[in-house]
Design a protein around this ligand. Structure first.
Ligand SMILES: NC(=O)c1ccc[n+]([C@@H]2O[C@H](COP(=O)([O-])OP(=O)(O)OC[C@H]3O[C@@H](n4cnc5c(N)ncnc54)[C@H](OP(=O)(O)O)[C@@H]3O)[C@@H](O)[C@H]2O)c1
Length: 292
């Protein structure tokens, strides 16, 4: 039995995108520590298969799957209502799900998919669950970002004028970091910490839609990439380690605080992104307000 087993007993952890890759390895790691792990999955049957695998591997029966599509604001709202009906506590929220698409895909809400799944959906989910996180404090939010941080173009946030997959993905990942820093400022002293991370280059399903020439390039990169288990280490560290009990508003790589890109520290850009995100959500869900 590992020295960490039982460390997360009675801690409720919600993780998005745990049906594969880094998220699945993170869910396994937290389940091994005795946590109650709730998986938000857009495909319930895929989620159930992963749940069965985690229960068998870890002998932890407190694994749950709840349906939620981060590409749909209504689905996120429904998910959060269902979650709050079933759980009155949330200690760890891991915003991990992500997509990398090779063309501009519009969600049913009319927004660009990478921006929504990677940033806006998690922004919405976090705000809807913030009250429960505060009630359950000490609690933590962990945002899985990336070192692929690119500039944000507020004149074309939905990439209608120009789409390049690296630019749009990088923009969504910079948004993860700006959101982390802005949220940390807004919830200081609430008992809830929020940090983000780059997991490294990890062998996962991400980018399976890439054009063949890039997929071949990716294959080469993947030869040197980390396993999902290794790639999940910083997420698990931020979710569970006493070393980060009081650390908030930081960017981590390999379990160490690192500098993120200079734009990510621009308070005005972060504030602007917050307001834009709020108004994009309000266009679909008029009653939404972050009240922060
Ligand atoms: N792999 C890397 O090298 C790397 C590097 C830097 C950062 N990251 C970040 O790490 C995170 C995890 O990615 P990964 O590499 O582990 O990729 P992955 O294996 O493709 O996993 C992505 C997860 O996100 C879920 N997801 C996608 N769209 C969703 C939606 N609309 N609603 C709910 N869940 C959705 C997927 O669920 P389905 O199975 O249902 O599609 C899957 O469980 C992402 O945020 C990514 O940006 C990865």
């Amino acid at each position: 039995m590992s020295q960490n087993s039982g460390r997360m007993k009675n801690r409720v952890c919600l993780i998005t995108g745990a049906t594969s890759g880094i998220g699945k390895a993170t869910a396994i790691g937290l389940a091994e520590m005795g946590a109650t792990v709730v998986i938000l999955s857009q495909d319930h049957s895929r989620g159930e298969i992963v749940k069965k695998e985690i229960v068998e591997r870890t002998k932890n029966n407190s694994i749950d799957v709840m349906k939620g599509d981060l590409g749909s604001l209504k689905s996120i709202q429904e998910f959060s209502l269902n979650f709050k009906e079933q759980y009155n506590e949330l200690h760890i929220l891991i915003n991990n799900a992500g997509v990398y698409t090779n063309r501009r895909i519009e969600t049913d809400d009319g927004y660009e998919k990478m921006f929504v799944v990677n940033h806006l959906g998690h922004f919405f989910l976090t705000n809807l669950l913030l009250y429960v996180l505060k009630q359950s404090s000490p609690s933590r939010i962990v945002n899985v970002a990336s070192r692929a941080q690119r500039a944000l173009n507020f004149d074309d946030l939905q990439s209608e004028k120009h789409f390049s997959m690296m630019k749009v993905y990088g923009q969504s990942k910079l948004a993860n970091i700006l959101f982390t820093y802005e949220l940390a400022r807004r919830i200081e002293d609430s008992g809830v910490t929020v940090n983000c991370l780059h997991p490294g280059i990890v062998r996962t399903n991400l980018g399976h839609e890439m054009p063949w020439i890039m997929r071949n390039g990716k294959k080469l990169v993947m030869l040197m990439a980390k396993s999902p288990k290794k790639g999940a280490e910083t997420s698990i560290f931020l979710a569970s380690s006493p070393e980060v009990n009081h650390i908030s508003g930081k960017y981590f790589v390999n379990k160490q605080v690192k500098e993120s890109t200079p734009t990510s520290y621009d308070v005005e850009v972060a504030k602007h992104l917050w307001e834009e995100s709020e108004s994009l959500i309000r266009a679909i869900i008029p009653e939404f307000s972050t009240s922060l």
